[in-house]
Design a protein around this ligand. Structure first.
Ligand code: MN3
Length: 249
């Protein structure tokens, strides 16, 4: 290309860029938008993991943890902050109370809150009850597992079977009453036993995003391996809180 035609091309390209950029710059000044990638801020916050994303390897890989926490859970939080802009009472009511009265919400937001606040509550619990070196069930929790769920081995078998049977996306939970009684329950999507006024002792996420990078279609293998990530000390704390009536999400 001759220097002249190169110059002409440059000028032509410059004028196209300038024409395209001008209205955008004006809009940016008028609207002062936040960067597109920034999460919506508001009353709902993504809880930080209390362990490294690779701390649960080889059972749950770091990349799965990063995408699951930083993208999936963050999206539920951002969506709730968006809906809270026009429904500020959502940000000032305890999460378990909103979910426990989900059908009282206006139809215009019920579906959004069910999915996204359900997702926020479920994942907040999920990160909390996992960790490296999680130990074994002891004390009152072990006694309840023995009396209500047929012992640790039967409990784990039944919990994995329930998680395996959950068709499509969902969760397998252990619910706990104020008297300390345990039961295995499943829910589809991001539904939670909190929506039935119950309390969740623990639960496992059986959405494909929880395991697909490492286990692909082998959900039963993920369910088995997941027990190596369970933090039993934290579950004991949640059990005590449930009996004291102070367990939230
Ligand atoms: Mn999930």
């Amino acid at each position: 290309m001759s220097p002249i035609s190169r110059r002409r091309l440059f000028l032509a390209a410059s004028s196209i860029v300038a024409a395209a950029a001008a209205p955008r710059a004006l809009f940016a000044q008028a609207a002062a938008p936040a960067p597109a990638a920034a999460p919506a801020t508001g009353p709902f916050t993504l809880p930080a993991l209390t362990y490294a994303t690779n701390a649960l390897e080889p059972h749950i890989d770091a990349r799965t943890m990063e995408i699951h926490h930083d993208k999936h859970h963050a999206a539920y939080v951002a969506n709730m902050n968006n809906v809270a802009k026009t429904n500020p009472q959502l940000g000032t009511t305890p999460i378990e109370n909103i979910l426990g009265n989900i059908n009282a919400l206006d139809d215009s937001i019920k579906f959004t809150v069910r999915n996204n606040l359900g997702g926020h509550a479920n994942h907040t619990m999920f990160w909390e009850i996992m960790g490296p070196n999680g130990g074994n069930p002891e004390g009152e929790v072990l006694a309840a597992i023995t009396s209500d769920l047929g012992g640790l081995e039967k409990f784990q078998t039944d919990f994995n079977a329930a998680g395996g049977r959950q068709f499509g996306s969902g969760w397998v939970f252990v619910t706990v009453t104020k008297a300390g009684k345990l039961a295995i329950e499943t829910r589809p999507n991001q539904d939670s036993p909190l929506m039935d006024g119950k309390r969740v002792l623990m639960g496992n996420d059986v959405w494909e995003h929880a395991y697909y990078l490492n286990y692909q279609n082998r959900r039963p293998d993920y369910l088995k391996a997941w027990w190596n990530t369970v933090n039993w000390a934290k579950i004991s704390e949640r059990y005590a809180a449930a009996k004291a009536g102070t367990l939230g999400v």
